[in-house]
Design a protein around this ligand. Structure first.
Ligand SMILES: [Zn+2]
Length: 296
């Protein structure tokens, strides 16, 4: 069903990346700048991220000898160094996730560029190297985001939903960004979050129901040579019952066999390798998307 399947390493049936966005309480600070300190309930939920969720998730990945990619806003990196150290000590990838988690679609070009720059600085300071990959806060990929990322020398981006397998993005020049797409069903928020402060009032799924969706996406990727990239949040999927369901999913994936577990950085490097060797020809999306209107 995938028209142009990519050859995965060692003939693997599909690629899997466990990716996490570690927003902590950045969202409450930009959502409610005047009275964030008066919203202790939300703050407690959000700080479960760095205090409980990250150590639990990293421990889980380490026990299963699985790599992970963690996208962390610069402000969170600066404020919670112990959580970042836990991620890095586990050998996992640290990716860029904005600065204070403002949605770039609501920022001016200058503000977005500033957030990207400050996020890079924070990653470099914590890890000693520039981030290779980016995930937009709140899925907010603006008209400028891809151009900024290419100019800053990023290797890949993982916020778009445009395909089942990686593809390339260009912005009118020769340089490209690897897009490693995911899907809304692989985000844990729509399954689990019910949060009045942010008007996010969906019914809460059982872990079994949420994992029915995660698992069916994996089974389809495995069958058709696709890609499975979850977008999970440690204070959401790191809760006890949900973390237990992750262990079951890992057992299911291992049971299927012939799965390539990788970081997004590794997937991006592989994409570039098979393109350079001529083994695979990617789809290329050229930006910007035209704003021309057809005559009415
Ligand atoms: Zn986020």
């Amino acid at each position: 069903m995938i028209r142009n399947p990519i050859p995965w390493p060692n003939g693997a049936r599909c690629a899997v990346c466990f990716s996490f966005d570690v927003d902590a309480d950045s969202t409450i600070h930009h959502g409610f700048p005047k009275d964030a300190d008066n919203r202790l309930h939300s703050t407690s939920l959000l700080r479960y991220d760095t205090e409980v969720g990250v150590p639990r998730i990293v421990d889980l990945l380490n026990r299963h000898k699985l790599p992970g990619t963690f996208f962390v806003p610069g402000w969170v990196i600066e404020r919670y160094p112990a959580a970042v150290e836990t991620i890095l000590k586990g050998g996992h990838e640290l990716g860029h996730h904005g600065y204070l988690h403002h949605n770039p679609v609501n920022l001016s070009a200058a503000e977005e560029e500033d957030a990207i720059g400050r996020g890079i600085e924070a990653v470099v300071k914590a890890s000693g190297k520039r981030p290779r990959g980016y995930r937009a806060p709140s899925w907010g990929v603006s008209r400028n985001t891809i151009r900024f990322l290419i100019e800053e020398g990023f290797d890949y981006e993982s916020s778009l939903f445009g395909d089942d397998i990686p593809y390339l993005l260009t912005y009118g020049g020769n340089r490209t960004l690897v897009e490693i797409p995911t899907a809304h069903g692989l985000d844990d928020w729509p399954h689990y979050m019910n949060w009045r402060d942010f008007d996010y009032m969906l019914p809460i799924s059982s872990p079994q129901r949420a994992h029915e969706v995660f698992r069916s996406e994996f089974d389809a990727a495995w069958t058709h040579g696709g890609l499975w990239v979850c977008v999970w949040h440690p204070p959401v999927s790191g809760r006890l019952a949900r973390a237990m369901a992750i262990e079951d999913l890992i057992a299911h994936m291992r049971g299927r066999g012939n799965v390539w577990f990788a970081t997004l950085e590794e997937i991006s490097a592989h994409v570039r390798k098979v393109i350079a060797s001529g083994q695979w020809k990617p789809r290329i999306d050229t930006l910007p998307i035209t704003t021309d209107r057809s005559p009415s």
